[in-house]
Each structure stands twice: as structure tokens, then as C-alpha cells.
Ligand binder design. Structure first.
Ligand SMILES: NC(=O)c1ccc[n+]([C@@H]2O[C@H](COP(=O)([O-])OP(=O)(O)OC[C@H]3O[C@@H](n4cnc5c(N)ncnc54)[C@H](OP(=O)(O)O)[C@@H]3O)[C@@H](O)[C@H]2O)c1
Length: 282
């Protein structure tokens, strides 16, 4: 079956690992939306992972929830679904999709996989939505960048937005930006955690205990990001506002510039985007 607005449908997550569960957690934690599935089936490879999913999510929502593992059972889950989310690692994606190829035709296929293009997925279905998100999605503080194939209808586009929005912030971009989004959004938390670690350790090196240094560092990051968002002011302008001539902040910034902190961040994200562009290639 394929998705028809207003009709009950099953959503199958083929590969409900870290990122598949981030989507699942955010969705189940949100208020039941208009286009919510009547049933969600979370598919994994092993029985052990299926059992963990069962324990964690089976009573989390009024939406009927099932788990599945193994090729035969996963094939049935895809057959039953009108919408399929693929959340496997890039190098496993072909092996996960090949056995269900016939059952995917005409269905809406939402990909969370890094590197795989819309064109590559169109071997399986013409209706493809590429979604790049990140692990904070689990706590509804995620970011998701979406690029849809051209034959996604407006109803399907609305459905995708409704399914993905509980993640946090959703941004629609052309597919040509997906490798950059994979680096900035998908890998972004690791980069920010590295910066956070740097702040925490700076506090410790200057005599602040770990717990307090962590608390301060988290709030500095969160508060600064919120200030940029709420003020609508350019980050550079806000930065210069806190630089007293000859003061402490400018002394710190000059040292960071000489250490190449900003260019290091830019080059790191560019390297991740380059790697993302290689992932879907054989
Ligand atoms: N993790 C991130 O921060 C992040 C961010 C953005 C995008 N992504 C993208 O998300 C995708 C998944 O990454 P991940 O970190 O979530 O990986 P993961 O935690 O390893 O999850 C992959 C899941 O796929 C299941 N699986 C493997 N083979 C399968 C098959 N043939 N049929 C059905 N399920 C199968 C695994 O089951 P078992 O548990 O039984 O092995 C596992 O639950 C990747 O393409 C990655 O690029 C990840």
C-alpha cells in the first residue's frame, strides 16, 4: 500500500539504531499529530536489539508498536508499511534494501543514511526524502535537513514535515547541500562536544572543579546560541560587543586566532563533508 492522506497506515523503520531511535523517541514524545501512523514497526538485524527496543518503547505511546528482526520478518514489516524509514549504516543499506526491493515500489522512503543520493535510492522507489539529522533529536533538540525527490506530492511533503518536526528544528534544502548538512548537522554534535570539552578543561586548568566547570561551560554554550537566535544579531557583532578595548576577551580571542581555532573548525566541517560525499559511492 502507499500513503493516502486521512487513511490509517503503518510506518516501518528499517534499521532502528541510534538515529532511527532518535526519530522514534522524538516522535513518540510529541503530541499525537494529525498524520500519525496507526502502527510503527521498528526493524533491526538481531533478536537482542529487538528485545531492547520492545522494553524501551512498547508502552511509550498510544500508537501500536512492534519490533522485528531477521530478513523474513523485516520483509513482512516493509510489505505492511505505507511509509518506510531507512536508518542503516551506509555500507549496509544495499544489503538491507535489496531483499525488500519489490515491496518498496511506490512507497514513500525516508532515508536517514549519510552519503546515499536520491538517485541511488530511486532503484527502490521514486518517492524519496533524504533527511539528515543528529543525536540531540532524541531529546527533541535535534536539527533535520530535508531534501525531497521531485515526485513527492504536497500531502507527502506535509507528512514528512510532521513525522520529522518532533526532532526539533527542520530546514528544507536542495539535495546538493546534503553532504554539507551531513557534516554540519550530522557530525555537528561531535564537533560541539569537542569545543565543550575544551571549555570544561580550560576551567579545570584554571582551578574550577570538573562539575562546576561543566555546568558553566554548558550554560555558556546554550546561552550564547540562544542569544544569537533570540536577538537576530550577527554573531560577529555580538562578539565585538563583549570585547572591551585592551580587555580580557580580546586577549583570549587574539590567542585563539593565532592558534587557528576558527579556521580549524571550518576545515574540520569541510573534511567531514568531503568524507560524506564518498560514503554512498561503491
Ligand atoms: N549516529 C549519528 O549521530 C548519525 C547522525 C546522522 C546520520 N546518521 C546516519 O544514520 C544511519 C544509521 O547510523 P546509526 O549510528 O544509527 O547506526 P546504528 O546505531 O548502528 O544502527 C543501525 C541499525 O540498523 C540495524 N540493521 C543492520 N542491518 C539491518 C538489516 N539488514 N535490516 C534491518 N536493520 C538492520 C542494526 O540492527 P542491530 O542493532 O541488530 O545490529 C541497527 O539497529 C547511518 O547511515 C548514518 O550515516 C547517524
Amino acid at each position: 500500500m502507499s500513503y493516502k492522506k486521512g487513511e490509517a497506515y503503518t510506518l516501518t523503520i528499517l534499521g532502528a539504531g541510534t538515529i532511527g531511535q532518535a526519530l522514534l523517541s522524538a516522535y513518540l514524545a510529541s503530541e499525537k499529530a494529525e498524520a500519525a501512523p496507526s502502527k510503527i514497526i521498528a526493524c533491526v538485524r538481531s533478536e537482542e536489539s529487538a528485545k531492547k527496543l520492545e522494553t524501551q518503547y512498547s508502552s511509550a505511546s498510544s500508537i501500536q508498536f512492534e519490533t522485528s528482526f531477521g530478513e523474513e520478518s523485516n520483509n513482512k514489516a516493509v510489505e505492511e508499511a505505507a511509509v518506510v524509514v531507512i536508518g542503516t549504516k551506509p555500507y549496509i543499506t544495499e544489503a538491507a534494501l535489496s531483499p525488500v526491493k519489490d515491496k518498496l515500489q511506490g512507497k514513500l522512503l525516508i532515508s536517514m543514511v549519510a552519503g546515499w543520493t536520491i538517485e541511488q535510492f530511486q532503484t527502490y522507489s521514486s518517492k524519496i526524502s533524504r533527511v539528515m539529522t543528529n543525536t540531540p533529536a532524541k531529546y527533541q533538540y535535534g536539527t533535520a535537513v530535508i531534501a525531497n525527490s521531485s515526485d513527492i506530492t504536497e500531502d507527502e511533503r506535509q507528512l514528512i514535515l510532521e513525522l520529522v518536526s518532533p526532532i526539533g528544528k527542520v530546514v528544507e534544502l536542495p539535495e546538493k547541500n546534503m553532504d554539507a548538512a551531513t557534516a554540519l548537522v550530522g557530525s555537528g554534535p561531535a564537533f560541539v562536544l569537542s569545543m565543550l570539552e575544551g571549555l570544561v578543561e580550560s576551567g579545570i586548568s584554571l582551578g574550577i572543579p570538573f562539575k562546576e566547570s561543566l555546568e558553566c561551560s554548558i550554560k555558556v554554550m546554550e546561552g550564547t546560541a540562544k542569544m544569537v537566535e533570540l536577538s537576530g544579531t550577527h554573531p560577529g557583532e555580538l562578539k565585538h560587543k563583549v570585547c572591551t578595548p585592551g580587555g580580557t576577551t580580546i586577549a583570549g580571542l587574539v590567542e585563539m586566532e593565532s592558534q587557528g581555532v576558527k579556521s580549524g573548525i571550518i576545515k574540520g566541517v569541510q573534511a567531514a563533508a568531503h568524507r560524506a560525499s564518498e560514503l554512498g559511492k561503491k
